[in-house]
Design a protein around this ligand. Structure first.
Ligand code: PNS
Length: 170
């Protein structure tokens, strides 16, 4: 019996994508056929940004260039509207710790009020990554720390170009 392809959207700021995010993307591919990694435009305009929206999309495209089941997109406006027009009725979100839960639970219920057909799947990353966040990676990098262990090699390359060799331990 054939079944319809399942597409999920994995939304976020991804400034930058970390190994924790990447772990969630790759785990998601065990559950669904396709994952759209979707960078929110509204989340890309803060003063503390490292990469702008176009740069984040370009970096993500390089990270997943060998994975045809992952596509990269940006979106503005409501996530549920993007999910609906992309025929992706599943949202994937990572949960690292209990502290993430309240905000994620609220967002999930709001998203489902806005579009009742949406399902939200919470996934936990490998425990090596439970402390990781993009904001901590940015802070460590800005303070000249080595972030090699926290981001995919393509991201490290882009961070060296933006910040300098210290981010790669140089
Ligand atoms: O990586 P982040 O910052 O945790 O991602 C948060 C994001 C982008 C998923 C969230 O802010 C979002 O969905 N923004 C799109 C606007 C929207 O739909 N807001 C209502 C959410 S209940």
């Amino acid at each position: 019996m054939s079944r319809a392809e399942k597409t999920a959207v994995y939304p976020g700021s991804f400034d930058p994508i970390t190994l924790g995010h990447d772990d969630i993307v790759r785990r998601s591919l065990k559950l669904v056929d396709r994952v759209i990694v979707a960078v929110a435009e509204t989340a890309s305009q803060s003063k503390s940004s490292l990469f702008d929206l176009e740069e984040r999309v370009a970096i993500l495209e390089r990270v997943y260039e060998d994975e045809p089941r992952v596509t990269i997109s940006s979106f503005e406006g409501l996530l549920v509207d993007f999910a609906r027009t992309s025929a992706a009725p599943i949202i994937i979100r990572g949960l690292r710790a209990v502290s993430d839960f309240e905000y994620e639970f609220q967002m999930a219920l709001m998203n489902r009020s806005l579009w009742p057909q949406i399902e939200v799947i919470f996934m936990t990353p490998d425990n090596r990554y439970t402390f990781l966040s993009s904001s901590l990676v940015r802070e460590v990098a800005r303070l000249k720390g080595d972030v090699t262990a926290f981001v995919p090699p393509i991201v490290l390359e882009a961070m060296v170009a933006r910040i300098g060799p210290s981010v790669a331990g140089g």
